[in-house]
Design a protein around this ligand. Structure first.
Ligand code: NDP
Length: 326
């Protein structure tokens, strides 16, 4: 028996409990993993609170990522004792996830835990940090370099934003960190932000074009925030868009794209190919000072996950929440 967060739905009522599950309860898969750490991500908070219909079948164990040790495997790439990481693939949405002592998944979804990174570090980074890395890679693919100019990061005090700020600063970029929480200015500067921008500045009605400011952007917000970012991109700039913390809409025009050659690069971590994931983790190991990850981490016990989820959606969480499971 092991403990897991379980979301049930009966008619229109969703309930979430911490309860015992056995290996026999776990879904099908060719690799059984003893989970060492999982995390609480934005999507997990949506699943646990039911604020958005991210869970596709019930009962469901949330947890879109985990790091752990293989207990049993019939997959050619993994054997008992291997250290592995999982991010996405619909785990925690369509397939039982990481907020559980054990998880049974397809070995095709796992990647090896990179040398030089502990399971805890992998999960402090988590899906949010791995997505931040994909965003930075997207900017690089579009030719954005530290010489191109300043990069704006929205939702900077959140999970994706904190890691994006650290990664970009470590590579020598000037980072303008957008936050709705003035109280997090010192935190953001400690991660490497060179300036802080009040989210209010990017929350007004977007104009088609504004003064050219940014060579690149990492956006977790969407909606008017993203539209204002796009309007302020420098000629040839690139926006890596990965989130919808402000909303799903995008009230913009084609002007920045056809008059300034701006690129809007969509970033998805969930279905990204295995090779891309491994490349992203390699870069996380080489680019991040892993000893600094504690600055963005808050540890949360498995039994406190359910009551903490609503706080996540109110934007009250700083950095990353890591959940030690075993
Ligand atoms: P967090 O909750 O940790 O961070 C989101 C941050 O956005 C908040 O901390 C806050 O930062 C800011 N924010 C909150 N509300 C608003 C608002 N109304 N307008 C503008 N900014 C706001 O979440 P994550 O960093 O884990 O995830 C961020 C987004 O990225 C989510 O939408 C998530 O679904 C998405 N995501 C997408 C992935 C993908 O594969 N595409 C993978 C992972 C995440 P501050 O207080 O500093 O303003």
């Amino acid at each position: 028996m092991t403990q897991a967060v379980v979301i049930d739905k009966t008619e229109d009522q969703q309930t979430v409990t911490l309860r015992d599950v056995s290996a026999a309860d776990l879904p099908e898969g060719n690799v059984l993993v003893d989970v060492a750490y999982s995390t609480l991500n934005y999507k997990d908070a949506l699943a646990i609170t039911g604020a958005s219909p991210v869970v596709r079948s019930f009962p469901m164990v949330p947890g879109i990522d985990f790091a752990g040790v293989v207990r049993d495997s019939s997959h050619a790439d993994f054997k008992a004792g291997d250290k592995v990481i999982l991010n996405g693939w619909g785990v925690g949405e369509k397939h039982w996830g990481g907020l559980s002592g054990q998880a049974r998944v397809s070995g095709d979804w796992l990647i090896p835990q990179p040398a030089g990174m502990t399971a805890r570090q992998a999960m402090v980074i988590g899906t949010a940090g791995y997505t931040a890395m994909l965003c930075v890679l997207a900017l690089e693919e579009h030719g954005v370099t530290p010489d191109s100019g300043e990069i704006v990061v929205t939702g900077a005090a959140g999970g994706v934003g904190s890691v994006a700020t650290m990664l970009l600063a470590a590579k020598g970029f000037q980072v303008a960190a957008v936050t709705g929480r003035a109280s997090e200015a010192d935190y953001l500067k400690s991660l490497g932000a060179s300036s802080i921008i009040d989210r209010e500045e990017l929350s007004g009605k977007p104009r088609p074009l504004a003064k050219e400011r940014w060579a690149g952007a990492v956006d977790v917000a969407g909606s008017v925030v993203l539209a204002n970012v796009i309007a302020s991109m420098k000629y040839g700039g690139c926006v890596a868009a990965c989130g919808l913390a402000a909303g799903m809409d995008l009230p913009t025009s084609v002007a920045p794209f056809i008059l300034r050659g701006v690129t809007l690069a969509g970033v998805d971590s969930v279905m990204a190919a295995k090779a891309k994931r491994i490349a992203a983790y390699d870069r996380l190991v080489s680019d991040l000072d892993l000893s600094k990850l504690d600055a963005i981490a808050t540890e949360l016990a498995l039994e406190d996950v359910i009551e903490t989820a609503p706080k996540f959606l109110s934007g009250a969480v700083r950095g990353r929440i890591v959940v030690p499971v075993n």
